[in-house]
Design a protein around this ligand. Structure first.
Ligand code: TYM
Length: 333
């Protein structure tokens, strides 16, 4: 009732990474009591790059189960598939007409993805931020918990909301970003100047939430560091070590200073192993719960059905308001 609203989402475009978890999902679980939360599986965004249909269906379901396994209670949070709520597409079209090409041209994600998918630079990839604005604005969202890489998209969502409101009155709540202090930008374990990404071809660059302990240890052992032989937070001189410190800090809650003290005079081997162990114990309960959920088809299906209906109800309310404001004729019943 009086609670503020939170909206966020993830693309089901492959196995989610430790970056997604520490930058977003882990924070989401801490917000569920204080806010009304909607967490979406944004399958409509995922098709802006080519997806295998069977895999997309499976990844979407896996992601929904991972949300719950990570601790999101599906009776407190509205957890749903974007494609089950047609209002996202309808509002996105409208917002496309209030978004300038000049704005879209500046989006760094569009520039990056145009490079990595140069054979498929489609219109959806270009107008992606208008769909993202629709996702957020449909629910009169106050706060959007995301990693640093989504900041630019969020700023555009705010600009679109303000532009719309300045023409038609207060239709949309103008959302604020919520970016965690640590973990908001986890880097690749192999190229620590680049963010950890689900679409990385190098399997050693990312930790997946489903990785088993041996794999996690192996990947951290191979993580690229430097030869300065000191555990110290310095993103420029020691990006690899700083990234490991960010991971360790996001999980343990320890400050960089206390991590520096803890590992003073110790080798990188020891430090890497401790980080790996922290990640393993963080992910273990999540993995167990995920396994249980995978075996409970009916339970998951019920969540999908009930939550889509709640999201549809809320989204349609905003959509009807917008349609009325811009002059679409009312539906005759
Ligand atoms: P996506 O699917 O790329 O990422 C999901 C969330 O994970 C965060 N993230 C990271 N955080 C820290 N370190 C990293 N290496 C890292 N990689 C990803 C992202 O910032 C994000 O919070 N466009 C969005 C999905 C989306 C959305 C929305 C988000 C669609 N509509 C509305 C918020 C609100 C995306 O592609 O996220």
């Amino acid at each position: 009732m009086d609670k503020k609203t939170i909206f966020s989402g993830m693309q089901p475009s492959g196995a989610i990474t430790l970056g997604n978890y520490l930058g977003a999902l882990k924070n989401w679980t801490t917000l569920q009591d204080e806010y009304n939360c909607l967490y979406c599986i944004v399958d409509m965004h995922a098709i802006t790059v080519r997806q295998d249909p069977t895999q997309l269906r499976q990844s979407s379901r896996n992601l929904l189960m991972q949300y719950i396994a990570a601790g999101l209670d599906p009776t407190k949070n509205i957890i749903y598939y974007q494609s089950h709520v047609p209002a996202h597409a309808e509002l996105a079209w409208i917002l496309n007409c209030y978004t300038y090409m000049g704005e879209l041209n500046r989006m760094t994600q569009f520039k990056d993805k145009s490079k990595s998918h140069s054979d498929n630079i489609n219109a959806g990839l270009y107008t992606y931020p208008a769909l993202m604005a629709a996702d957020i604005l449909l629910y009169q969202t106050d706060l959007v918990p995301v990693g640093v890489d989504q900041k630019q998209h969020l700023e555009l969502s705010r600009d679109i909301a303000q532009r719309f409101n300045s023409i038609y009155g207060d239709v949309f709540t103008v959302p604020e970003p919520y970016i965690g202090k640590v973990g908001a930008k986890i880097m690749s374990l192999q190229e620590p100047v680049k963010k950890m990404s689900k679409s990385d071809d190098d399997i050693n660059a990312t930790i997946n939430l489903t990785d088993d302990p041996a794999t996690i240890i192996r990947k951290f052992k191979r993580a690229v560091t430097d030869n300065l032989a000191q555990v110290k937070y310095d993103e420029i001189a020691q990006p690899g070590i700083s990234n490991l410190m960010a991971i360790y800090s996001a999980i343990t809650g320890d400050s960089y200073e206390s991590i520096q003290n803890e590992f003073e005079g110790k080798g990188y081997g020891d430090f890497k192993l401790r980080v790996a162990e922290a990640v393993i114990s963080e992910l273990e309960p999540l993995q167990q719960r995920y396994k249980q959920l995978s075996a409970d088809k009916n339970y998951i299906d019920t969540i999908i059905k009930e939550n889509a209906s709640k999201a549809n109800y809320l989204a349609t309310k905003t959509l009807r308001k917008v349609q009325k404001k811009i002059g679409f004729p009312p539906i005759v019943r």
